[in-house]
Design a protein around this ligand. Structure first.
Ligand SMILES: [Zn+2]
Length: 254
């Protein structure tokens, strides 16, 4: 968060009168990023409290997270994915390289509604993988690109802004924006992947009668708060791209 702040302060020193409207837009984006950051904090806090609450709620049938996962994979005719235990908190994930559904301490052996919801969600990703769900495929292809782009972006932008200020050449700035845009694209593609995995999870939990009634609504509530964290992250990434676009436009000397 401090890097945009430094850039913003610098922008003030370089500002020319004709750039004032872009400065206002840049400032607007900066405020928006902070506001989204605060919302993100609140959503994360709500997610944690919802999960804490439903980690104490049991459901009839009493399957553990691992058993829920095994059952959902079997029901979807997936036999090449293993359910394994991974240490840590909220570390649950599906790994397409090792073909494993990794469930964390609080999920693997827990018989709670929250554990069942998380386990089914991760299996939702395994089902997406088995069916070649397009957004998941695209997301996997973007992983190495984004890893490179996000590590290079900050330096390219800083160097780009120095070159812009000294030589009026803005090419490197736009390359930097392109790199940041890759991260934004990744977080946008993540949205259908995550919402769809939760939709598959809830559909299966209901159809298989693993969880019913009030507990099903609780599972839905827990997964929808998890999805909102991805939505906030995507909005923040888009605002970051716009921030740099306006920053560069404002520093143009035309
Ligand atoms: Zn997920």
């Amino acid at each position: 968060m401090y890097q945009p702040l430094i850039a913003l302060l610098q922008a003030g020193y370089y500002a020319e009168p004709h750039a004032a409207r872009y400065d206002a837009a840049t400032m607007g984006m900066f405020v928006l990023i902070i506001v989204i950051g605060v919302i993100g904090f609140l959503v994360q806090a709500r997610l944690q409290s919802v999960f804490r609450k439903y980690s104490k709620v049991q459901f009839p049938g009493g399957l553990t997270g691992a058993e829920v996962a095994e059952k959902m994979l079997r029901d979807n005719n997936i036999h090449n994915v293993k359910v394994t235990h991974v240490s840590g908190q909220l570390t649950d994930h599906f790994n397409p390289q090792t073909m494993t559904v990794n469930l964390s301490d609080a999920v693997y052996s827990s018989t709670s509604v929250a554990a069942a919801a998380v386990a089914a969600h991760e299996c939702g990703h395994a089902v997406q993988h088995a069916q070649g769900y397009a957004p998941l495929v695209l997301r996997s292809q973007l992983v190495p690109v984004v890893q490179f782009a996000s590590s290079a972006a900050t330096w390219v932008i800083i160097l780009g802004l120095i070159i812009l200020a000294t030589t009026q050449n803005e090419v490197l700035c736009w390359i930097g924006v392109g790199l940041i845009a890759m991260s934004a694209l990744f977080s946008i593609v993540t949205l259908p992947v995550e919402y769809n995995a939760s939709a598959r999870a809830l559909e299966w939990l209901q159809a298989s009668r693993t969880i019913q009634g009030v507990q099903l609504s609780q599972a839905r509530e827990a997964l929808s708060w998890a999805a909102r964290t991805y939505l906030v992250a995507a909005l923040s990434a888009i605002a970051s791209v716009l921030y740099y676009v306006f920053l560069i436009l404002g520093r143009r000397n035309d």
